[in-house]
Design a protein around this ligand. Sequence first.
Ligand SMILES: *Cc1c(COP(=O)(O)O)cnc(C)c1O
Length: 444
Amino acid sequence: MPQTRINLDESDLPRRWYNVVPDLPEPPPPPLRPGTREPVGPDDLTPLFPPDLIAQEVSSERYVDIPEAVQDAYRLWRPTPLVRAHRLEKALGTPARIYFKYEGVSPVGSHKPNTAVPQAYYNATQGVRRLTTETGAGQWGSALAFACAQFDLECEVWMVRASYDQKPYRRTMMELFGAKVHASPSPETSTGAKALADDPSHPGSLGLAISEAVESAAPSDTRYALGSVLNHVLLHQTVIGEEAQAQLASLGEYPDLIIACTGGGSNFAGLTFPFLRDKLTTRANPRLLAVEPAACPSLTQGRYAYDFGDTAGFTPLLKMHTLGHEFIPDPIHAGGLRYHGMSPLLSHIHDLGLIEAAAKPQSETFEAGLLFARTEGIVPAPEPAHALAAVIAEARAATGPVVILTSVCGHGLLDLAAYGAHLTGSLTEPDPAPRIAAALSRLP
Ligand SMILES: *Cc1c(COP(=O)(O)O)cnc(C)c1O
């Protein structure tokens, strides 16, 4: 049987991140100030982010060097393995060759530390003492808590109430890394207090938790950190795709089709942008497919329009695929995919016709997760199980030896309650259409 696991040496760790922006045929539309609709300048971002991250956010350099201290921290778990899914292929009886990049080996079990570590590093080296953030399923919060522990920063996290109740172990993980965790909406902020006054049993949403974390970043020694959506986050995640490209090249393979799940877009961008570079420079032409939940379908059902990144309207206006900033997704189990918008950079790339998108319902997602666990021995997080559902459908339809690459961007060992609900048949399939229509009618 051909090789299963393709490992790189520590010395093969990528030394720079790839910025796709200068390779695009046109730059993405800029963020705007809500009042004047003027483009946001770097100065508008200084209350929120340190200078190095702002520079990366607006950078037109193709490559950004990864600082030594960040490389050192990456070496705790990187390079991550690329695995040929022989047993899944066999179970499907497919002529396709399926590879997955496995990010579940990180300290918190997902791809999120790839950006949490450099964000904590740049804040720490630029005089910041405390970071605030929001978290959906808890993966980003635990990644930032871990990263803050590496660089002696305080960390305060607003966790979406639905996940706070469903995933108590994620909260414990954040606390064991030293973070302080609030259920969002919380009484600590004016946005949270207002939401609680409207609905004392409010399930929370990522947009609302962002508002709370941004509001709490006001003190001068405090900055805010975002785990997805922004350009600098997508930039940091390109270590995934750079490694995958080297690993596939060592086998003489190149993907025909790359499939990844999308919440805010960072895992998808991280895996695909180095391959998109090949597409843009006409060296290769892989299909790139983004997969999102049917319950929160921003790319497939949203509008490409200027909208707020948060519920309260504190952020600049971002041109992105959005379901409306007031859209509250049902508390489905893929908490990491419950965001009303999509990365503006990825939305632009979708608008340029460079990527495709599909939405998957929960039932198909968890079936895919089960088949993957039973064949490959890894319980995937519900988020990458969306991508696996698409991988399985494409592999079943394949009539020849297509090479499919995906990212298992997190393990699901803290998502067993969701798998349990699937196994006992108690998962529901919410229909978000009426609420999407209502939220889209209230775009700014
Ligand atoms: C956060 C998260 C996601 C969704 O965020 P993206 O920015 O779209 O990657 C997906 N999968 C896992 C495992 C996550 O932790």
